[in-house]
Design a protein around this ligand. Sequence first.
Ligand code: LLP
Length: 451
Amino acid sequence: MTASLLNTGILTEIAGQPIPDLARQFGTPAYIYDAATICRKIADLAAFEVVRYAQKACSNIAILDLMRRNGVLVDAVSAGEVGRALAAGYKPGQTAHPPEIVYTADIFDREALAIVVEHDIHVNCGSPDMIEQYGEALAKSRGRGRPGSLDGGRPGSPDSGRPGSVAGITLRVNPGFGHGHSQKVNTGGAQSKHGIWFEQLEECLERAARWNLTITGLHMHIGSGTDLTHLSEVCGAMERAAITIGSSIQSISAGGGLPVPYREGQQYIDIGAYHKLWDAARHRLANQFGHEISLELEPGRFLVAESGYLISEIRAIKTSGDNTFYLVDAGFNNLARPILYGAYHPMAVCPADGSAALRPVKNVVVGGPLCESGDIFTQEEGGFVASRSLPEAKVGDFLVIGVAGAYGYAMASNYNSKPLVAEVLIERGKANLVRRRQTLDDILRLESIPG
Ligand code: LLP
């Protein structure tokens, strides 16, 4: 279902399931995902031999399982995401090429360092310090004769951190420029905390060599929701960086960032043209190094955004001055993109009785239940309240927010002590509850009153 279809204003079903039935069965608010859309998006990227899902966009293990069943590998940015990948059936270890799970981050917290070593997860380092920390942790673990031990080095000796054999790492490089749908998601340039600055690669080679680590690949991700012009610039930067590292490079990753249309009139980027650019870069590098170079893509949003809908119930309709407000039972605790980035999401009304009859439209402001004035879904960057042309509605009708599959549930919170909502995956005509709604007990269980 595209943004433009939602913008006709009335939507009565999702993947063939009547919205009132979904609301009755799973309650509102709820996130509903259409598996067929995800499969279609995976197929759109068939030209790329390795597609690695950036699970931060939507990390429910049922979604990860769907990706895995459809040949998509996975990226993890935390110990928790590595754990999710394992729970969804991705295999740990680096013997497979390419590895099924890659950990990409700018730091290791202690949990992440422990889990990548324990499960032999491939590491994509976004800071020079990670090289040292990984080298040391790996050497210690191997030196103690744990599974995967290479040299039996004595822990505690000056040399204990130097295994006799070599492990591979990749580097996430900041090419010196970036671009995204908002400045908050631009991940390149000197103001970005992400990646290893492109002028520090020689130093990284030395660090890696000190720990007997080989740099086997490079990765660049300049931002989220960018455009073809900016994405294309990355190819040249990648080639320059790969030549600096040399022929140990076996793989390059173009990162994620592929935009999807949220508004009517926005276009998909030309995936064929994008692939062509990267394929050419990869072949030039293969010629230069005299061996094959594998090419990865690491999309999040592109694979899941359009599959997801946040369904909510309109609980109050009121006017303040010239503004009419539809107040729904979902808020920025469920979908934070509008308050964070002024992000636009298409919306539609589903009448309580499921009727598809067209209704007159009016300009309305759509807000949620939270005790905060920024809890408005129709806002622009900077917090300016905007209105949306939507069908006339009554309390009890449903409001559906579309293109919500990416960075929707994944960024939800318990603000105002609102429980996290249910997630439902519709696959082959069946609506499956893939995460039950949280209860207040689930929340309170973690808390205690001292004494
Ligand atoms: N790879 C890396 C290293 C990333 O940092 C990201 C996103 C991706 C891949 C996937 O990017 P995508 O293909 O989804 O654009 N919360 C924001 C987006 C933050 C993206 C963070 N990193 C939003 O709702 O727009």
